[in-house]
Design a protein around this ligand. Structure first.
Ligand SMILES: C[S@@+](CC[C@H](N)C(=O)[O-])C[C@H]1O[C@@H](n2cnc3c(N)ncnc32)[C@H](O)[C@@H]1O
Length: 410
C-alpha cells in the first residue's frame, strides 16, 4: 500500500517540538492547524536562584526546595544543570580540563545549551582555575530554539572573546572542526525525535508511519491513534531506521512475546528507536572527527507512551502539576516529548559510527570523580547531586586520562 503523505514519527515529533524546518517533510506541516512549536515558547527551562546546599538541613529541606523549583508558572521545568549550578557545570569543566589535548586550545561545542547556564558555569570555572587555558579557549553554544538563544546573551556578554551563540540544529551542524574538540550535550538526547518500529512473530520487523486520517484507505492494520493521524505499519525501508535498527539489534536481543503478553492479547512489541541520535553521531563523525563526547541524560523514565524506550509526553496543567498523555500524537507544539536513552546502545552506536571507545557511567560516579561534592552536601551529609537523579548517566569518550574501564560502573 502506498501513502503519498505518510509521515515518519521522527518528523512528526521534530515538527511538534521545533517546527517545520526541523522536519524532513512538509506533509506534517500541511496537516496541522497551529504553528508555534513547543521549543519556541519562552520560559521553558527555568533557572531558579542558586541554592546554598550547606544551609539546608537534609533530604526533607532539599525536597521542599525541589518542589518550589518545579512549582513554577507557565510551561517551565528545570534541569540538574540549573538546580546544582554552578557545581554541576564545574564538574563538567574539570572533566574537560583533564581530558583535553594540551597541545591545542580548548574548543567546546555545546549542543542544546538551553539558558546558557552550563556554558556560563564551564567558562567561569575554566577562567578561575585555568586562566592560561581560558585565554584562548572557544565555546559555541548551539541551540535550535530562538527562545533559548535569546536567554544565552548574558553568557556571551560575560565571556565575549571565548563564547558565541549559534542558532542551529545539532542534526544540521555544518561547520567542520578538524582538530581535537569537545562536544557537550546535557538533556538534549531526550528531546531527539525517535521512530517507532514494531516486531511480531508473524511479520518480523515493520516501521510505523503516520497517515492523515482524511486520506486513510480502507485496509489499515493498526488501531487509530490521535485525532488526525492513523498509524500504518509497512516493511522497513527508511534508510535511517534500517541503520538504527541494525545497530540496536547488536546490543539488544530479538524480542519475543512472553506467555503473559500472549494471554493479555498482545500480538507485537513496539520499540522507539533513537534515529535522530544516530544522525547526531553521524554529524559528529563527518564534521567533528576528533571530538570527544560528554553526553548526559536520563537512562530510564516512567514512560507515558507504550513501547520499549517509550517517551513521556506531558504539559503543565496550569495548577503546578503535569498532564501526561499516552500518545505522541498530541496537538502540535502543546507538549514536551522526551525519551530515555539506552546508554549501552548509545555507546555501541558511537563506537560503530565514530570508531571511538567510550565509557558509560552513572551520574553519581561521574560527580564523585569530577565534582567538588562538598559544595552540594546538605548539613546532614545528604548530597542531592549524588543521591537524586539516579536515573541519569553520562557517556564520555575514552581518553588517556581515563584508564580503560575506570568509569564503567553502570
Ligand atoms: C531539556 S533542554 C536542556 C537544556 C540544558 N542543556 C540544560 O541541561 O539545562 C533541551 C535543549 O536542547 C535544545 N535542543 C533540542 N533539540 C536540539 C537540536 N536538534 N539541536 C540543538 N538544540 C536542540 C532545546 O532547544 C533545549 O534548549
Amino acid at each position: 500500500m502506498s501513502h503519498e503523505n505518510a509521515v515518519l514519527y521522527r518528523d512528526f515529533i521534530a515538527d511538534s517540538l521545533y517546527g517545520s524546518a526541523a522536519a524532513a517533510t512538509s506533509s506534517v506541516e500541511n496537516s496541522r492547524q497551529t504553528s508555534q512549536p513547543y521549543f519556541d515558547k519562552s520560559q521553558l527551562v527555568v533557572s531558579p536562584p542558586s541554592i546554598d546546599f550547606g544551609a539546608l538541613e537534609g533530604q526533607k529541606a532539599w525536597t521542599e526546595k525541589l518542589t518550589e523549583a518545579y512549582a513554577i508558572e507557565g510551561e517551565g521545568w528545570t534541569t540538574p544543570v540549573e538546580l546544582f549550578k554552578p557545581h554541576y557545570a564545574g564538574a563538567l569543566a574539570t572533566h574537560l580540563l583533564q581530558t583535553r589535548d594540551p597541545t591545542v586550545p580548548l574548543a567546546v561545542i555545546e549542543f542544546g545549551g538551553g539558558n546558557g547556564t552550563c556554558a556560563r558555569g564551564i567558562l567561569d570555572h575554566v577562567q578561575k582555575v585555568a586562566p592560561s587555558v581560558y585565554k584562548d579557549m572557544s565555546y559555541s553554544i548551539v541551540d535550535i530554539s530562538p527562545a533559548m538563544q535569546a536567554r544565552c546573551q548574558s553568557v556571551t556578554e560575560a565571556h565575549p572573546a571565548a563564547c558565541r551563540l549559534v542558532r542551529a540544529s545539532a542534526l544540521a551542524w555544518h561547520e567542520r572542526v578538524e582538530g581535537p574538540c569537545h562536544v557537550v550535550a546535557m538533556e538534549m538526547l531526550d528531546n531527539m525525535p525517535h521512530d517507532k518500529v514494531v516486531w511480531s512473530p508473524e511479520e518480523g520487523w515493520r516501521e510505523v508511519v503516520l497517515v492523515p486520517k482524511q486520506q486513510q484507505e480502507g485496509d489499515q492494520e493498526e488501531a487509530l491513534t490521535g485525532e488526525r493521524w492513523t498509524e500504518v505499519k509497512r516493511a522497513v525501508k527508511d534508510a535511517l531506521i534500517t541503520r538504527a535498527l541494525e545497530l540496536w539489534l547488536e546490543t539488544n536481543p530479538e524480542p519475543t512475546l512472553s506467555m503473559w503478553q500472549k494471554l493479555r492479547g498482545e500480538r507485537s512489541v513496539s520499540i522507539w528507536l533513537p534515529t535522530s541520535t544516530l544522525s547526531f553521531l553521524e554529524v559528529c563523525r563527518d564534521r567533528l572527527p576528533q571530538a570527544k563526547l560528554l553526553l548526559g541524560d536520563f537512562d530510564e523514565l516512567p514512560s507515558s507512551v507504550q513501547g520499549v524506550m517509550g517517551p513521556i509526553v506531558q504539559r503543565r496543567d496550569g495548577k503546578g502539576g503535569y498532564l501526561e498523555f499516552e500518545t505522541v500524537l498530541v496537538e502540535h507544539g502543546t507538549c514536551d516529548i522526551f525519551f530515555p536513552t539506552d546508554f549501552e546502545a548509545l555507546r555501541h552506536m558511537h563506537k560503530q559510527v565514530c570508531q571511538r571507545e567510550s565509557a558509560v557511567v552513572k551520574s553519581r560516579v561521574f560527580f564523585e570523580t569530577y565534582a567538588n561534592v562538598g559544595a552540594t552536601a546538605t548539613a546532614s551529609g545528604y548530597n542531592p547531586m549524588l543521591e537524586d537523579y539516579k536515573n541519569t548517566s553520562f557517556l564520555v569518550t575514552a581518553s588517556d586520562d581515563l584508564e580503560d574501564g575506570e568509569l564503567e560502573t553502570v
